[in-house]
Structures are given as structure tokens and as C-alpha cells.
Design a protein. Structure first.
Length: 377
């Protein structure tokens, strides 16, 4: 009997991608005894990327870094051979804020730079930097300080962390700035957004409100990012503010492009390649993907659409279905994303509280429906 590939993203706030895959596989196995399932938890560079890499055989490396508010915390990256997968959200994610209290003006990306340096010390020759889910809007200034740069005001005083303080930036002391060009390390930034650093579609205007920024805060952050771009580009001679993806992860994309020499790639495509997703499609009879909410964002490069696109490229006749907590997409929109049908927890359990509290058993029940619709002769 041919196999089923189970390749979901996380159900944010309830189940990791690996847990979603395990519950779906369990439900399929009960409904179709003897069925072989291959679990490939996926991620798109945001929260859960290190965990997905670990499920694919990468080694998890834990170390102490500065968190988004400067407090010490333990963060992780994934390593296999000479490839390191660094998840920005591990060091400065919204979920790493103490008590969950937003810090839109002062949150820093310094811990991301510390993870990158640790990966280089472990002789990584390729670093995949996952951008997404961060609490900061500092243009990657924190990352630059981790590399040894000192950001100074007109009096020569070092600036405090965060995007708002960058409006007072006068010059950068680069005397101890780590030059990564001689390490032979390639950096690839994984992101599914193409926003520039500044302007109405930039990091502050579009994403800072999601991190707790008020309209006044957005103005302050925009001023800081504009000054950051001016000073860095004058000092180092690169022009990256308008590059697609420069505004990703609160402007971390800008620093990755300018200071790490990174190239940008769509997050889910890059991760599927690293997780050897294509290797599991030969002989498959069905692919099951999914995420917590199948909605308009799904159509713009989120994990389920990426899985469906990759499956269609490798095996055009291979059906792809999706599981979700809720689905607001029409059948036509799903088909346009390469998804034959969606199965949502809300379809079988109208009580949203129960969906959030007991998603595992409900997913296994949904998997039974999938098996009956797609696998039973």
C-alpha cells in the first residue's frame, strides 16, 4: 500500500507542527489499518522552525542569549552537517516577552546576532535565518551590536536598545564590528514578505501595530528606522532600504541584507528543501498539510500553500488536503492554492473553547473523515 505524507505547520497557540502531524497520522492509522504515514512537520521561518528542523534530524543547540527586552534567556538553533537554521523568534519573538508585555519601542534583535555568531563558531558554512514572529522593530540594530558595532549619539554616548532610540543615532563605531565576509559562511534569509524597510508598506507602518505600537509609536519607529538606514548606508556604502524583504521581522531583513550579505528566499520553499520534503512524495497517494487558520494569508505564501505548490510540481496528480482549526477560504480559493479540500475542527465542533482545549482528539477525528473520503476503496 502506498503512503500518505503528513506535512502540517503548527496550530499557533495550541499544537506544534510535530504534534499536529502525530495526531493526524494516528487518526489516519485508526481509520485505515496498515496505512504507512510519513510525518514531515513544516515551518516557514517563523515560530516553530527549529522544532521542525529537529523533527527532520537536525541537532538542537541551546545557548544563553539576550532576549527582546535584554534579559537573559535560553534560545536554540538547529544544526546538521554544515547548515545551521536560526529562528529569529527564538531570541526576540513575541512569545519571549516577559509576561507577554509588549515593548514596541525598546525590544531588541541582539539575541539573533548572538545566535548567528554561535552558529559560525560551530563552523556552519550555511546559515538559514528565519525571519518572522519577532517583538522588535529595530531594523536589526540589535543584531549589529551583537556583531560588535557600537551605536552612538552626537555626544558619543551609546544608544539604548530598540527602534525608537535610533532617531538619535549620530554615528557607528565599527572598530570592533565582526566582518563575516572572511568566514566563508553563506546566509540565506527565509521570509514570505517583500516589504521594504520604510514607508506605508514598511516595517513600522505594517507590522509594529501587531507588536503593541500606537500610532505615535509607529511614527517614532519610522523616524528611527529612517535614521538607521541613513547612517548605515552612509557609513558602509550599501543601499538596502528598498530591497524586497528589508522590512521583514521589524527590519531584521535590512540588517541581514546589509551586514550579513544575505540573500532572500521564500521561507516555506527554503524549509521544504531543507526538510527533504520532495524525497517523500514518490509513491504517495495523498498529502495532508494544514495550519491553525486557513485564511487570506494562506494564499500569500504560507506553509499549506507552499506544501501544495511543491507537491503539484513534483506530482501533478497527487491530491493535497488540509486540516485547520478554522477555514474562511471558499472551495474555489482552496483549489487556487492547490488544496483539494479543507477539514476544520470548527466543522465538527462548534464550541471554539473545546477546539482550543482539545485539538488533538478532534484532529484525529478529522483524520478519520479524510481517510474515509480519500483512502478507503
Amino acid at each position: 500500500m502506498s503512503h500518505v505524507v503528513v506535512a502540517p505547520d503548527k496550530f499557533k497557540g495550541t499544537l506544534t507542527a510535530a504534534q499536529v502531524a502525530a495526531h493526524v497520522a494516528a487518526g489516519l492509522g485508526r481509520a485505515s489499518p496498515g496505512l504507512t504515514t510519513i510525518q514531515v512537520p513544516v515551518a516557514d521561518g517563523g515560530d516553530g522552525t527549529v522544532e521542525a528542523a529537529q523533527a527532520a534530524g537536525y541537532r538542537r543547540i541551546d545557548l544563553g542569549v539576550r532576549g527582546p527586552t535584554g534579559q537573559p534567556l535560553t534560545a536554540s538553533f538547529a544544526l546538521l552537517d554544515e547548515t545551521a537554521i536560526v529562528e529569529s523568534a527564538q531570541a526576540c519573538g513575541l512569545t519571549r516577552l516577559p509576561g507577554g508585555a509588549p515593548a514596541p519601542l525598546t525590544a531588541t534583535s541582539r539575541g539573533v546576532g548572538e545566535l548567528v555568531l554561535a552558529a559560525i563558531r560551530m563552523r556552519a558554512k550555511r546559515i538559514v535565518l528565519g525571519l518572522g514572529g519577532v517583538a522588535c522593530t529595530d531594523g536589526g540594530a540589535g543584531l549589529v551590536t551583537a556583531l560588535g558595532g557600537r551605536l552612538l549619539d552626537a555626544s558619543g554616548t551609546e544608544l539604548p536598545p530598540g527602534g525608537a532610540a535610533l532617531a538619535r543615532l549620530d554615528h557607528i563605531d565599527a572598530s570592533r564590528l565582526r566582518d563575516l565576509s572572511g568566514t566563508g559562511t553563506e546566509v540565506v534569509a527565509a521570509t514570505d514578505v517583500d516589504n521594504p524597510l520604510l514607508g506605508p508598506h514598511g516595517a513600522a507602518a505594517v507590522y509594529a501595530p501587531q507588536k503593541g505600537a500606537s500610532p505615535r509609536d509607529v511614527t517614532s519607529l519610522e523616524e528611527g528606522l529612517a535614521r538607521w538606514a541613513d547612517v548605515t548606508e552612509q557609513t558602509f556604502g550599501f543601499g538596502k532600504r528598498d530591497e524586497p524583504g528589508a522590512g521583514a521581522a521589524g527590519g531584521l531583513g535590512f540588517a541581514a541584507l546589509g551586514f550579513l550579505g544575505a540573500t532572500m528566499q521564500p521561507g516555506i520553499e527554503l524549509m521544504l528543501d531543507l526538510l527533504s520534503f520532495h524525497d517523500h512524495l514518490s509513491g504517495a497517494r495523498l498529502v495532508v498539510t494544514g495550519e491553525g487558520a486557513l485564511d487570506e494569508q494562506t494564499l500569500h505564501g504560507k506553509a499549506p500553500a507552499g506544501v501544495a505548490r511543491a507537491a503539484a510540481a513534483a506530482a501533478p496528480d497527487l491530491p493535497v488536503v488540509a486540516v485547520a482549526g478554522v477555514c474562511s477560504l471558499s472551495p474555489g480559493e482552496l483549489r487556487s492554492a492547490g488544496i483539494a479540500r479543507a477539514y476544520a475542527l470548527a466543522d465538527i465542533e462548534p464550541d471554539l473553547t473545546r477546539c482550543l482545549e482539545q485539538p488533538g482528539p478532534l484532529l484525529e477525528e478529522l483524520a478519520g473523515h479524510i481517510a474515509r473520503d480519500w483512502l478507503v476503496p
